[in-house]
Design a protein around this ligand. Structure first.
Ligand code: AMP
Ligand code: GLY
Length: 425
C-alpha cells in the first residue's frame, strides 16, 4: 500500500518509522515532513493546513491510506477532506476533533456524562470571569483558553492578581487570538499525571502502553511549559487498578458520550489524566497521538500499525491484535537553547549518524533540515532520543548515553527525565 502521513514533528517521524516496519507498506510519503523523515520516506512541501493541496498530492501519488497526525489539520477537517475524496484516512472528523479543539465542549461533555474531571465554569465575559475568581478566592486556580493554543493556553494562577491578569490577557488582549475569547476557569488538582493514548473505532477502545510527559523546560519541573521535553513508558503510576478504573469511568464513557452526541470518534484518543486522591480525573483530551509520548509508545508496539489504523477506520478494531512489549522506553528531547521562547535555528548537528544506529536507540527528528548530507537545527524541539530496554533504568541510561554524544550550538535538554519525585508530578 501507498501511505501518506501528514505532519512534520518527532511524532510523525515515529509514526513513519513504525509504518515502515509493516511489510504491507510499499511506498511511504510524509508532508511536509522534516530532515530526518526525508532520509527515510518521500516528502513533499505541502502546508500542513492545506486540505486541497494534501488531497491533490495523495491523488497524484496514488495514495491508498492517509494518516493525519497533528491537531490543527484534524480540527480543520483534514480527515473529512480525504474521505470526501475517496481516500480512507486515520484520524477523527472535525466534528469529533472538537473534543480537543474546544475545552468548553470537552468540559461540558464530561459534566453531562458524569466523567470525572476538575470542577469548572465557562465564561465569554471578562467581568463575569473576574467576579467568579474573586468570589471563589481559591488559589492556585486554573485559567484555560477554549481553543487550540499550541499547548500554551493554560495558566495556573497562584493568586488573585495573576488570575485577573490571565483572564485579561486572554479575553481582552487576545493573547491566544480567538482561542481565548471563551475561557474555562477550573479547580486546581494535584497528583501524578499520566498520558494514555488509545486506539478507538467508536465501538472498541484499546489503550496503548501508558506514558509520562515532562512538560516544563528545565530540570526539577522548573521553567515554562513546553510541548514536552521528554517521556517515559510505561508510567509507574498507572497501576492495573488505576487502569481498570480509567476504563470503566473514563475511557468507555467518553466513547459512548461522543457517540450519543453524534460525534463518533475514530482515531487516536489521548487521555491526559491526573491520579488524584479521589481517583483518576481527566485534565484534557487530545484528538491525536501525543508528542513526545508517541516516541516512547510506538517503539514498544509489537503489532502492525497500518493494520491497526485500517481497522480503526473500518470499525473492525476488535478483530486485530494490539500488543506491546513488556519493556520500557525513554525519550529525551534535545531542544534549541531558549526554547520555548526565543531561539536560533540553522546550526549543524554532529554525532547523529553513529547514534542513530546504536542498538535499541532511535533518534526521532522533530525540527531538522537536511542539506547536502548534513542535518541542521530547524525548530524549538530538535531531536527526541529514544531508547528501549528491559527496565526503565536501562532505557534511560541508553538514551542519555546517546544524548551526550549529539551536539549543536546552544543545545538544551533536561537531565532528570524519568526521575519520579516522591511528591506530586
Ligand atoms: P493542558 O494543556 O490542559 O494539558 O494543561 C497543561 C498542563 O497544565 C497539564 O499538563 C497540567 O500539568 C496543568 N493543568 C491543567 N489543568 C490543571 C488542573 N485542573 N489542575 C492542575 N494542573 C492542571
Ligand atoms: N505532549 C503533550 C501533547 O502532545 O499534547
Amino acid at each position: 500500500m501507498k501511505v501518506l502521513v501528514i505532519g512534520s514533528g518527532g511524532r510523525e517521524h515515529a509514526i513513519v518509522l513504525k509504518l515502515l516496519e509493516s511489510p504491507r507498506v510499499e511506498e511511504l510519503w510524509c508532508a511536509p515532513g522534516n530532515g530526518g523523515i526525508s532520509a527515510v520516506a518521500h516528502t513533499a512541501p505541502v502546508n500542513v493546513m492545506d486540505k486541497e493541496g494534501m488531497v491533490a498530492l495523495a491523488k497524484e501519488k496514488g495514495i491508498d491510506f492517509a494518516v493525519v497526525a497533528p491537531d490543527d489539520p484534524l480540527a480543520a477537517g483534514m480527515a473529512d477532506a480525504f474521505e470526501e475524496a475517496g481516500i480512507p484516512a486515520f484520524g477523527p472528523s472535525a466534528k469529533a476533533a472538537v473534543i480537543e479543539a474546544s475545552k468548553v465542549f470537552s468540559k461540558n461533555l464530561m459534566k453531562k456524562y458524569g466523567i470525572p474531571t476538575a470542577r469548572y465554569e465557562t465564561f465569554t465575559d471578562e467581568q463575569a470571569a473576574e467576579d467568579y475568581v474573586r468570589a471563589q478566592n481559591q488559589y492556585p486556580t486554573v485559567i484555560k483558553a477554549d481553543g487550540l493554543a499550541l499547548g500554551k493556553g493554560v495558566i495556573i494562577a497562584q493568586n488573585e492578581e495573576e488570575a485577573v491578569e490571565a483572564i485579561h490577557s486572554m479575553m481582552a488582549e487576545g493573547k491566544f487570538g480567538d482561542s481565548g475569547k471563551r475561557i474555562v476557569v477550573e479547580e486546581y488538582l494535584t497528583g501524578p499525571e499520566v498520558s494514555v493514548l488509545s486506539f478507538t473505532d467508536g465501538k472498541t477502545v484499546v489503550p496503548m502502553v501508558s506514558s509520562k510527559d515532562h512538560k516544563r523546560a528545565l530540570d526539577g519541573d522548573e521553567g515554562l511549559n513546553t510541548g514536552g521535553m521528554g517521556t517515559i513508558a510505561p508510567n509507574p503510576y498507572y497501576t492495573p487498578e488505576v487502569a481498570k478504573e480509567c476504563m470503566e469511568k473514563i475511557f468507555l464513557p467518553t466513547i459512548d458520550a461522543m457517540n450519543k452526541e453524534g460525534r463518533t470518534f475514530k482515531g487516536c484518543l489521548y487521555f491526559g489524566l491526573m491520579i488524584t486522591k479521589d481517583g483518576p480525573k481527566v485534565i484534557e483530551y487530545n484528538c491525536r497521538f501525543g508528542d513526545p509520548e508517541t516516541q516512547v509508545v510506538l517503539p514498544l508496539l509489537k503489532s502492525d500499525l497500518l493494520t491497526i489504523m485500517e481497522a480503526v477506520h473500518d470499525g473492525r478494531l476488535s478483530e486485530v491484535p494490539v500488543e506491546f512489549s513488556d519493556g520500557a522506553a525513554a525519550c529525551v528531547v534535545i531542544a534549541s537553547g531558549g526554547y520555548p521562547v526565543k531561539y536560533q535555528s540553522g546550526y549543524p548537528i554532529s554525532g547523529l549518524d553513529e547514534k542513530g544506529q546504536a542498538e535499541g536507540v532511535t533518534v526521532y527528528h522533530a525540527g531538522t533540515e537536511l542539506k547536502d548530507g548534513t542535518f541542521y537545527t530547524h525548530g524549538g524541539r530538535v531531536l527526541g532520543v529514544t531508547a528501549t530496554g528491559a527496565t526503565l533504568d536501562e532505557a534511560l541510561r541508553k538514551s542519555y548515553a546517546a544524548v551526550e554524544t549529539i551536539t549543536f550550538k546552544d543545545a538544551h535538554y533536561r537531565h532528570d527525565i524519568g526521575k519520579i519525585p516522591a511528591g506530586n508530578r
